[in-house]
Design a protein around this ligand. Structure first.
Ligand SMILES: [Zn+2]
Length: 257
């Protein structure tokens, strides 16, 4: 299904003749533009023209690599699948709205026809012409819209089916993007953990090296620190109580007012 949708997108954006590029851009990783040109059997300039047209809609992404020997850049391309699907969905969504509007008009308004000339018009226009055909002078008759409406509704349900299919693909793509993201996060976390571990080991090694020389001094410092912290804690409690008292006194004064 996705393959078909991507081919359809290329046809809409570039034209039917460019359709084969769709399969090449849907390989998951970026593809060398020279390989694309070779596989399509067109020149590199023709290939780039197609790619730029698709790129104008933000449907492909590219990376470039410098050729160390020749000194020029080669571009690598791939579809941005989610953007492609959202682009196509937007097109069908517009079609859906237009058809819905047309069906509503067909149901609400009366149309008049000249069956001989196969001309159709809205009631207002027919009234202005005194319900006579401008071409042949025949009397215009009320159009039976039921068949037209049926056709429109059939089209509408096809479009709805297409939109549902696109939605399924969008959900699939979102899930796979989420998985990729999670993988990257996990990878980054592992890297962090590795660095932390390395830093820990380095610190331990340093400590051990210095411990032997300053062991006695550090023990003395630790005991003195403990004493000072014990003294500080009760002071804090009294400060807190005072602020509470102030608050209650303020409340009393506001009540009197
Ligand atoms: Zn006529």
């Amino acid at each position: 299904m996705l393959d078909n949708l991507l081919r359809e997108i290329v046809t809409i954006v570039v034209g039917k003749q460019a359709e084969p590029i769709a399969d090449l851009l849907n390989s998951g990783s970026h593809v060398n533009e020279f390989i694309i040109a070779k596989k399509l059997d067109v020149t590199i300039n023709q290939t780039r023209n197609i790619l730029y047209k698709i790129s104008n809609f933000g449907l492909v992404s590219s990376i470039r690599k410098k050729d160390k020997k020749k000194g020029w850049y080669t571009y690598f391309w791939k579809f941005e699948i989610l953007k492609c699907l959202e682009f196509l969905r937007e097109i069908y969504s517009k079609k859906f709205d237009e058809l819905t509007q047309e069906i509503r008009e067909r149901n609400e308004k009366r149309f008049y026809v000249c069956e001989r000339c196969n001309i159709e018009m809205e009631e207002e226009e027919a009234l202005a012409k005194d319900f006579a055909c401008e071409e042949c002078g025949d009397l215009l008759t009320v159009k039976d819209s039921s068949k037209v409406i049926k056709d429109l509704e059939r089209n509408l349900s096809k479009i709805k089916e297409k939109m549902d299919a696109i939605d399924v693909e969008i959900e699939k793509e979102k899930i796979s993007l989420e998985k990729i993201k999670l993988k990257e996060i996990k990878k980054a976390e592992k890297e962090k953990e590795k660095k932390k571990e390395a830093a820990k080991i380095a610190r331990r090694v340093k400590k051990k090296a210095s411990e032997k020389t300053v062991k006695k001094k550090t023990v003395k410092k630790k005991t003195s620190k403990k004493k000072t912290t014990k003294k500080k804690t009760p002071k804090k409690k009294t400060v807190k109580k005072k602020t509470v008292k102030k608050k209650t006194s303020k409340k009393k004064t506001t009540k009197k007012k």
